[in-house]
Design a protein around this ligand. Sequence first.
Ligand code: MN
Length: 259
Amino acid sequence: MRILVCNDDGIDSPGIYTLAESLKEIGEVTVVAPLKEQSAVGHAITMHYPLRVTKHFKNGSFFGHAVDGTPADCVKIGIRNLMKDPPDLVVSGINHGSNTAINIIYSGTVSAAREAAIMDIPSIAISVTNHAVTDFNFAGKVAKLLAKEITGKDIPLGTLLNVNVPDVPENKIAGILLTKQGKSKWDDIYERRQDPYGKDYYWLTGNLLEMDKEIELDEAAIKRNYVSVTPIHFDLTDYETYNKMKKWNIEHLLNGKKD
Ligand code: MN
């Protein structure tokens, strides 16, 4: 199995190292990851600047390709140019911090996996629920288990798995749950500060609000120490509203304008 490994925390982050090492036990791993931290860049791609790719070494040996771009750039150029053959699986992470609820939209980690899904390649995004994780080993193990589990399974093209692993010791993990994207939102706080020249600037912080209570929602599952696995896709059509709006006959708005 050929596996492309990416992330949004940058090629030097400990999470991607543990992930690559763990997946090497089940496949041939190619690492293509951002040169610098790209958290919260979402699905951005680079079009107006050149993309530089450099070889990245860890502990004296070749680790992977560092791309001076976004997570989505990495997956695209990794598959189109850097890998000889397309991967059977793309795994993105292990992210420092959870990617649940609305965060899925902002997440570079999830976007790397979503880019793979757009390219019809099965993919997994995996995150640990703490920004200051010290041990990624259990999440690495979960990534490996899921990578094996989805091989040969009938996951529709265009769908990826978004996985969140609680940052607790392995013996405190309650199990693994299939979940849905939660509805928690952020109360954005822009802290106003002053630079050394007396000019104001703002720094975004905040807390995740409206905590989801139902256990089948991602945020609630991780709070109860379950590993959360949510199948997500990028088809943004709201089918319920589409069907409702069909009865509106919006075509009448421009009747007579064109045949
Ligand atoms: Mn990140």
